[in-house]
Design a protein around this ligand. Structure first.
Ligand code: ZN
Length: 478
């Protein structure tokens, strides 16, 4: 699961992979598709008005929206016929006096923040839009009253088989950018879990990337992003033995905020990073370096997820695997892409992770972190585990570790600690190193500094102990 949603100031780019749930789809047979087909067409007219036209393959009593947080549709979807937006329990639905096969609405793009969900329409400063198809996904019901009992969280709920197909049309002749490809005038698709860009901006395009950065961002930042993103994605593409499906996309929209510092909101979706960026630091020359480092760090972490979380089943309980993996991959990528002080940068990032990890371990073991509500521990301790594991393996490289782990994960199921340990053995880590990593992950550590020293001694990570007994990584420590 991927997603977003928390605006963060300077610290910690939380990319909360646990934040948004994905509705469970009704089971379907691969041979016979007996789902009700719903064709959802969103049109922008020459005048800039928006219309939704819906056609169903058979008469339905109601269509229930898969995502209903914020109750925004009753105010922003104006009925053009007999079918209107209703609220049933905690869910938005479309209903009429009698069963229907067509419905039409004029829609005002809703751009407000929805708690733990994606904004339906994110505006760019030049008239462009990021549109989230999942906000248009529906389920077809023969009895509207059934919707009353459907909870907010669709996990485990059996829903009527429905196949929503999307068609976005633009009468203004702007281009769509979706799933790594650019198309003029209209696109049709079924993937709901990725923003579709509509607008006139010229993308940053390479073989491995298609990106949009809002023109209202300061020129220095746009130049920095345009210089960095192609190198970042080329680095990852070259580091991994497999590629994410489709050309990766990055969509950077403005974030209207009066927050001091930098505000970043975003995360990964299917094959893309979607983010919004704003805050006073972006226009303060004294804070430019910090802001640039923060944005690059965020992009490096999220881009890593397009390789290390896409196509695998990330585990919430063992989130240190994909979150720690993305942290370590990002530290290494940033280090390699900045040869001037890359090694020092990586060392500083690992050191910060080590310090934070020791603090986290004082509250309990990493294995219990999710339960204890300390999700951040997965990032920090996970990065340290990756450093130790890569150092202990013969390749000495986090990307090599991930290539092997991904190969194993593809043939089995979820990313798990057991799979990680098998991967370590594949890569030539000795039994002592493996046992130390296992202990670091699962045991409760009365003395977290001693636990770190034990881990590093067993895996070969270079460090020193300072006058206060603190563990300090060596500059070339891994
Ligand atoms: Zn992440």
């Amino acid at each position: 699961m991927r997603a977003i949603l928390v605006a963060v100031a300077f610290v910690a780019a939380a990319c909360a992979h646990d934040a948004a749930e994905d509705p469970i789809r009704a089971a379907t047979s691969p041979e016979v598709d007996d789902r009700v087909a719903v064709d959802m067409t969103l049109t922008r007219t020459v005048d800039g008005a928006w219309f939704v036209d819906i056609e169903t393959g058979k008469p339905v009593a109601a269509l229930m929206f898969a995502r209903s947080r914020g109750d925004y549709r009753r105010d922003t979807w104006r009925p053009l016929g007999a079918v209107a937006v209703t609220r049933r329990g905690v869910r938005d639905a479309l209903e009429a006096e009698s069963p229907f096969t067509r419905a039409a609405f004029e829609v005002t793009p809703f751009s407000g923040i929805l708690q733990k969900d994606y904004t339906p329409f994110i505006p760019y400063s030049d008239g462009g839009w990021s549109i989230y198809p999942g906000q248009f996904e529906v389920y077809a019901f023969d009895d509207a009253a059934e919707i009353d009992a459907i909870p907010d969280d669709l996990g485990g709920v059996s829903l009527p088989g429905t196949r929503t197909r999307y068609r976005f049309v633009d009468a203004q002749g702007a281009s769509f950018l979706a799933f790594g490809e650019r198309t003029a005038d209209e696109i049709a698709f079924e993937e709901k879990d990725a923003f579709v860009y509509l607008g006139d901006a010229t993308p940053i395009e390479t073989e491995h990337l298609a990106a949009i950065a809002d023109p209202s961002l300061p020129a220095w930042l746009r130049e920095s992003i345009a210089a960095y993103l192609p190198r970042l994605f080329e680095f990852y593409a070259g580091s991994f033995a497999y590629a994410p499906p489709g050309r990766p996309m990055v969509l950077i929209a403005p974030l209207d905020t009066d927050r001091n510092g930098i505000s970043l909101k975003g995360g990964t979706l299917k094959g893309q990073i979607a983010m919004q960026l704003g805050g006073s630091a972006l226009t303060d020359p004294d804070r430019r370096d910090d802001a640039e480092r923060h944005v690059r760090g965020f992009l490096a972490h999220e881009a890593a997820h397009l390789w290390n979380a896409e196509g695998f089943q990330p585990s919430n309980t063992h989130a240190w695997i994909h979150e720690g993996g993305a942290e370590a991959l990002a530290f290494d990528a940033t280090a390699r892409l900045d040869p001037a002080d890359g090694a020092a940068f990586a060392r500083d990032r690992y050191q910060s992770a080590l310090d934070a990890c020791q603090e986290a371990l004082a509250g309990g073991s990493l294995a219990t972190a999710t339960r204890r509500g300390d999700f951040r521990a997965h990032y920090d301790c996970g990065a340290i585990v990756m450093l130790a594991a890569a150092t202990a393996s013969t390749d000495g490289d986090v990307a090599a570790l991930w290539n092997r782990l991904a190969e194993r994960a593809r043939n089995t199921e979820a990313l798990s600690p057991a799979l990680f340990m098998l991967t370590l053995a594949d890569l030539g880590a000795d039994a002592g190193a493996a046992a130390a990593i296992d202990a670091f992950l699962h045991e409760t550590h009365a003395d977290p500094a001693a636990a770190a020293r034990f881990l590093f001694d067993a895996t070969g990570v270079a460090y020193a102990v300072n006058g206060d007994g603190g563990v300090e990584l060596a500059v070339d420590g891994g």
